[in-house]
Ligand binder design. Structure first.
Ligand code: HEC
Ligand code: HEC
Ligand code: HEC
Ligand code: HEC
Ligand code: HEC
Ligand code: HEC
Ligand code: HEC
Ligand code: HEC
Ligand code: HEC
Ligand code: HEC
Length: 580
């Protein structure tokens, strides 16, 4: 479009001077910037104020970007404009004029509100200092300081020392249920960060941990609730600096929000464990720095001497795979045949699966111990006399079993009526007949012989001896059998943690080669490589990221406790309450 722009200036005598400018352009841009067709110098004007378009419907003014302009006294973002319309841009008035012939648009531009005046009047109308409202800066400072002091210092102190309700508890855990007349204690104002998740229940009771204001939290406070916390290493045998001589807070940072009460970084553990001898010269443990590529092969605690219940940590290396000696005979392979196994007295074979004998413990971390009664007795009956198939021996009581044998045959001999071909006539006689003394002795001699024979058979490979290691001794001229104690490991790897529930998606066979095992002496545990297929180090990306405390504890149950059992360190508030 062809535009005529007249810049008007008013002289002191009132006369108006005009400087005309012919512009041919798509649109007329207004603003302080030099890129505008109509340049409006001066500090009150934006770089780009707006643009005047010609559209089929007429002229149209649009303010730049998100801004707004005053068109004919109204604040608008954009508006159609016509002859006589006044647009205010900063101190300038832009008025649309009747275009002379040959022009599409004519505008006049005049600086009507010089900036200096605007600033002066604005200042005059604004209150920008405290004096202006009648209060001196100094007085304000005093008032604020006093409010802060009262609210955040004096009030908490008064609340803690003078108004504190008498806390009577022996056990700090009880505190959460008892508290002050007001909803929160005033010392909450001093909190230096969010309390950790597990301690949120005492978050409003600062004095549970901060027994005395301005004094560091004592370890005894932590131990008053965490009574059972054990040491990481035996503090007598291995007084390792950095563990046994530091406070709980060295590793457990409170007031750091939900995540930070426990240190779980791998570097903390690796800091010692990548060169453990340096810390504990007499240690037998291998160095560890990273589960993915710097962790020793597992060394389960294998039972080597069941009589003495002695275990040894033996490494799971292919060449020297350990053998266990639980004193129990059990071939997994024979019981896990695909076509099933014979059940005495039943036609159909029964297909056994791991779950028939290994029942998950509550919680599912491990499995309940094997029980002969529950898992085996359905097929391995403990009957001893073919003519009395319903009579069975109790399991697990060898002395009782021998007594029962003796009583069973003595009773039979004295009562008579035994249906046994090889028995003397006196034992086979019709029941109820009286015996002479010599007949009685003869019958009992048979019973003695018979029960010894039965014992021999029962404790041999055919019954007890099929599963057990049996010992035989002579006691007062009679044979006496005993069972070598069975020691079935419950925890094979007590130094680490393994949770079956987290791995239920996997087949048992992925970790335990039980189906192929022909003898109970096989150690059926997985090597570390099985775990490394899925678990990597702390920052693993393609595997489950696992830091040391994913699988290990820090406070061990087998180490001395940090507090003597049953001796809760007294909490000061409880002491205070106790003294009159
Ligand atoms: C579960 C125990 C526990 C509770 C509850 C607790 N604190 Fe702490 N607080 C700590 C420990 C531990 C420290 C760090 C050792 C120290 O400085 O005494 C600490 C430190 C502090 C510090 C020092 C600054 C810092 O972050 O090291 C302040 C301030 C503080 N606590 C205020 C409070 C207030 C206020 C409350 C109540 C709202 C409170 N705490 C409740 C355990 C606790
Ligand atoms: C009023 C009793 C109480 C006091 C005092 C207390 N705790 Fe606890 N703490 C608990 C309870 C309850 C839990 C949550 C249950 C649990 O893990 O035993 C817990 C949990 C923890 C946990 C486990 C957090 C997790 O995610 O597993 C750590 C670590 C801990 N406390 C350390 C401390 C330390 C350090 C102190 C001393 C500054 C302390 N506690 C003082 C009651 C207390
Ligand atoms: C200040 C050094 C130090 C730090 C840090 C440390 N440990 Fe230890 N750790 C030891 C010493 C020393 C032993 C005892 C060695 C021994 O008994 O032969 C030990 C023993 C162990 C054991 C074997 C326990 C047992 O029953 O025999 C495991 C597992 C363990 N630490 C894991 C960890 C984990 C996980 C961390 C990190 C949370 C960690 N350690 C941090 C020094 C440290
Ligand atoms: C008929 C009962 C029975 C069945 C079925 C059975 N087990 Fe066992 N399992 C036992 C007995 C008994 C022991 C203890 C004796 C021993 O150490 O072998 C045992 C021990 C184990 C152990 C201990 C570690 C070891 O080295 O001895 C593992 C692991 C195991 N079984 C896995 C399995 C798996 C996997 C299956 C299924 C494929 C399975 N079992 C099926 C009876 C059974
Ligand atoms: C479903 C029936 C059944 C159950 C349950 C069962 N067994 Fe057996 N068991 C058998 C049969 C059948 C045989 C003979 C298999 C063979 O010789 O092939 C046998 C054989 C054995 C043998 C002798 C193997 C040999 O080589 O002579 C032992 C030992 C044994 N079982 C122990 C156990 C123990 C321990 C349990 C319980 C944890 C158990 N069994 C549970 C049916 C069962
Ligand atoms: C089919 C195999 C089997 C037969 C047969 C068997 N037992 Fe057992 N016995 C076991 C198993 C499995 C255990 C361990 C689990 C339990 O105590 O139930 C065990 C445990 C025992 C224990 C406990 C050992 C300890 O240290 O706690 C004694 C004692 C015992 N049996 C005696 C006997 C006697 C006596 C007989 C013969 C009358 C016998 N058993 C027959 C499988 C058998
Ligand atoms: C990802 C590997 C993995 C899988 C899958 C797995 N286990 Fe285990 N299992 C282990 C490890 C590791 C241990 C040793 C844990 C310990 O004693 O500290 C173990 C121990 C056992 C024990 C002996 C300890 C106890 O608690 O009695 C039995 C029995 C057992 N597993 C049976 C099974 C059965 C049955 C299944 C399938 C349902 C199964 N496992 C699946 C790794 C696995
Ligand atoms: C995925 C689980 C897992 C992770 C992650 C893991 N470990 Fe282990 N670690 C085990 C198991 C299982 C054992 C064998 C436990 C046993 O033999 O009783 C073990 C054994 C150990 C041992 C005993 C070593 C020996 O001489 O036999 C130490 C020490 C140890 N780990 C420290 C660490 C440290 C430090 C980290 C972190 C860098 C770590 N572990 C990470 C599972 C893990
Ligand atoms: C097939 C993959 C796989 C194998 C093999 C495997 N794990 Fe895991 N494991 C997982 C997954 C997935 C989780 C769950 C992770 C989670 O919940 O964040 C897990 C969880 C765990 C946890 C529990 C962590 C917790 O937060 O409580 C332990 C401990 C663990 N595994 C140890 C082992 C050990 C030891 C082995 C070897 C015997 C092993 N895993 C083998 C996949 C595997
Ligand atoms: C040198 C570091 C360190 C010191 C000191 C320390 N802890 Fe821990 N603590 C840990 C680590 C690491 C874990 C996490 C490992 C785990 O989950 O078992 C932990 C876990 C805990 C837990 C969680 C549950 C448990 O027993 O596994 C409690 C509770 C706890 N510590 C209490 C205490 C108390 C109370 C003290 C002071 C007497 C203390 N700790 C001193 C490092 C430390």
């Amino acid at each position: 479009m062809d535009a005529l722009v007249s810049f008007l200036t008013r002289r002191r005598d009132g006369a108006i001077a005009s400087r005309d400018l012919d512009i041919t352009t798509e649109a007329l841009n207004f603003g302080r910037g030099t890129g505008n067709e109509v340049e409006l110098p001066g500090p009150g004007v934006m770089l780009k104020e707006g643009v005047l378009h010609k559209r089929p419907g007429g002229l149209f003014f649009e303010s730049a970007k998100q801004g707004s302009v005053i068109v004919d006294g109204k604040v608008v973002r954009s508006a159609p404009v016509g002859i006589g319309t006044r647009i205010q841009l900063g101190g300038y008035d832009v008025i649309i004029l009747n275009p002379p012939p040959g022009k599409d648009v004519a505008v006049s531009v005049e600086l009507t509100r010089p900036l200096d005046d605007t600033l002066e009047t604005l200042k005059a109308r604004s209150v920008t200092s405290l004096q202006d409202i009648g209060v001196s800066k100094r007085r304000w400072a005093w008032i604020s300081a006093l409010v802060v002091l009262l609210l955040f210092f004096a009030w908490p102190l008064v609340d803690t020392y003078l108004l504190e309700p008498e806390i009577r508890y022996d056990n700090p855990m009880e505190v959460a249920t008892e508290r002050a007349p007001w909803p929160v204690a005033a010392d909450v104002a001093w909190v230096s960060g969010e309390i950790s998740g597990p301690h949120k229940f005492v978050a409003k009771h600062c004095n549970v941990c901060h027994e005395t204001p301005f004094v560091q939290v004592r370890d005894a406070v932590c131990l008053s609730c965490h009574e059972a916390t054990g040491h990481h290493v035996d503090p007598v045998k291995m007084p390792v600096s950095g563990i046994t001589d530091v406070g709980c807070q060295t590793c457990h940072k409170e007031h750091q929000g939900v995540q930070h009460i426990v240190r779980n970084d791998q570097a903390f553990c690796a800091g010692c464990h990548d060169n453990l001898k340096q810390w504990a010269p007499q240690t037998t443990l291998a160095n560890v720095a990273h589960f993915g590529n710097d962790h020793p092969q597992f060394s389960p605690a294998v039972v080597v001497d069941p009589a003495a219940r002695r275990t040894e940590r033996l490494v799971l290396e292919k060449a020297t795979w350990p053998k266990e000696n639980s004193a129990l005979t059990f071939p997994h392979k024979k019981h896990l045949v695909a076509e099933g196994i014979i059940v005495p007295g039943q036609k159909d074979r029964k297909v056994l699966d791991c779950g028939n004998c290994h029942l998950p413990e509550p919680g599912g971390v491990g499995f309940a111990p094997i029980s002969m009664q529950r898992d085996c007795m359905g097929c391995h009956l403990l009957n001893f006399e073919p003519t009395a198939p319903a009579r069975t021996l109790p399991h697990g009581q060898p002395a009782e079993a021998q007594l029962i044998l003796k009583e069973f045959y003595s009773d039979l001999a004295l009562r008579g009526g035994a249906e046994m071909e090889e028995a003397p006539a006196i034992v086979r006689r019709r029941p109820g007949t009286q015996l002479t003394e010599s007949e009685r002795l003869e019958a009992l001699a048979w019973a003695d012989r018979k029960s010894a024979e039965a014992g021999e058979r029962i404790f041999s490979k055919s019954v007890c001896g099929a599963c057990h290691a049996v010992t035989k001794a002579e006691v007062v001229g009679r044979p006496h059998w005993d069972i070598v104690p069975v020691v079935l490991a419950d925890r094979w790897m007590p130094k680490g943690r393994f949770d079956h529930v987290r791995h239920v998606a996997q087949d048992c066979g992925a970790c335990h080669a039980a189906r192929a095992s022909e003898t109970a002496s096989d150690v059926l545990l997985p090597q570390i490589q099985t775990c490394q297929n899925c678990h990597g180090g702390e920052r693993a990306e393609q595997k489950v990221p696992s830091t040391c405390i994913t699988c290990h504890d820090f406070h061990f149950g087998n180490q001395p406790r940090m507090t003597a059992p049953g001796q809760r360190p007294p909490h000061r508030a409880a002491q205070r309450a106790a003294t009159p």
